[in-house]
Design a protein around this ligand. Structure first.
Ligand SMILES: [Zn+2]
Length: 78
């Protein structure tokens, strides 16, 4: 199963639909069982809906760090 960090790194690929099907299944499995990533994914969708674009750069290192910090607090991953 993917880690939360991998989900964060892969989210743009997922939303751009440029992910291979096998990885996509793993991604969706993780999101199904992980409330933090589910929240993250819906936040990304909302951001894209508002901005009308997906750009990897739109996820700044600070944002990424903050999200990973949140995930650590949730502590769903071993
Ligand atoms: Zn997660």
């Amino acid at each position: 199963l993917l880690t939360c960090q991998e989900i964060v790194n892969l989210v743009t690929e997922y939303l751009e639909d440029s992910m291979n099907p096998q990885l996509r299944v793993s991604f969706e499995k993780h999101v199904t069982i992980c409330p933090a990533c589910r929240a993250f994914l819906s936040q990304m969708r909302e951001t894209i809906r508002i901005s009308g674009q997906i750009r990897s750069e739109s996820l700044s290192p600070q944002t990424r760090d903050a999200l990973l910090e949140t995930f650590r607090d949730w502590n769903f991953e071993a």
